[in-house]
Design a protein around this ligand. Sequence first.
Ligand SMILES: Cc1ncc(COP(=O)(O)O)c(C=O)c1O
Length: 464
Amino acid sequence: MTSSQPHKQTHRSTPNKTTPLDPERLTSLLAREWDTYTHHTQSSHNEFENAVRVIPLGVTSSFQHWDPYPISIVSANGAWMKDVDGRDLLDLSMGFGAMLAGHLNPAVVAEIESTLDVGTLFVTPSPSARDAAQRICRRFAIEQVRFTNSGTEATMYAVRTARAASGRLDIVKVEGGYHGSYDPLMVSAKPSIADAGDANNPDAVYPYGTVSGNVHVVPYNNLEALERVFAAHAKDIACFIVEPVLENIGIVLPDAGYLEGVRALCDQYDVILIFDEVKTGLTAGPQGAAQRLGVTPDLICLAKSIGGGVPLAAFGGKQKYMAAVTDGRMAHFGTFNGNPLAMAGVRAIDKICTVESLGQAEALNLDALNRITEIINEYELPAHTVGFGIKGCITWSATPVRNYRDYKATDFQIAELSWLWSLNRGIITPPGLDEQWLVSLAHTQREIDLLVEDFRELAQALRA
Ligand SMILES: Cc1ncc(COP(=O)(O)O)c(C=O)c1O
């Protein structure tokens, strides 16, 4: 049985009394903030005009784009970035969580510099890769690991491993879950509600250009729906892939008992359980979300936070499944896999991500979440805060968000205003409105105070 209470290792505030926002005020504040934006970011605009001639949308990943044009950054250090207009920006996006160590963390820089003395690519076995693999296996309590260069590759290979190990092809995934851009995992990543069918039995929505069939889509936090799919397709399903905490639609926490129920159902129906910890990973705590929440997957995907800001990802887990790599049922290749620069990132992160350092960052995060909750209550805003590890977000809904349909019912206009408001005042949070802030090892009380006070000013403006 699950309860809609969140898991005890997580933070979710309970909204108090709320008063509706004035829609006209919201619209006029948003228009004013967009004017301010274009006024202060002329060099970013010019940069965009040049970039867009040679790069679609002017960005190297479509996530980096927003209309009318995004801000262009020239440098970053610690918790701060500088844009082409010369403005200092407090970074609370931190590379979607990849910059957990902070920009140019001295330990990361030192390990990378030491690598530059010995070589950047061998494409042979190397003590540096063996050492990094030992560190990852020890920390995440897994038996074997292979390195890749991006989270997309890690989830793609984890699914392929599960298919090869099980001899079955179907995949089960959560509606609204994003796992990178491997074709079958783009199914129902963020579908339009008009196409998505019944909330308890969602249709699989295939974005144009993706090919594979056999992807079953289930709502998060719903064991009955998962069991229905498992029971109907048991002999075809290779794996269920899920983020233990959904972190691509704000932060959506597992209900108490949900992940335990998922584990039990996967065991019952002989389905390989893959935790996509690309976003949670070390941002969830020193050993990742699985260990923090006490549920063991069969395979795990890691990226972002484990590399100190160097392109690096990994997939791994139980030897009995990774045997598919060993015996060639699932061939895994990659020229840059495990390159020394990436392995230096792992070494540095493993040294600096201690219980103490991550505990301090988490305490700062909780301080931000609690103080923002107080402001929400004081101004009776239709919002609440959600946090997990060193990440947090404001969810613009008076009721808890437990799955994708709840998320789609949140107020995106006020979320846009909140993001733009901060951006215009020198605080950069992730662009997508679906993301969360990250308190890195470089953030201090000063940065938390800036975040909280900025939110207070927004609350005042909303109720003025
Ligand atoms: C949960 C999750 N899985 C996989 C990926 C893909 O990682 P990458 O962008 O490194 O390919 C992402 C990217 O944001 C993600 O959030």
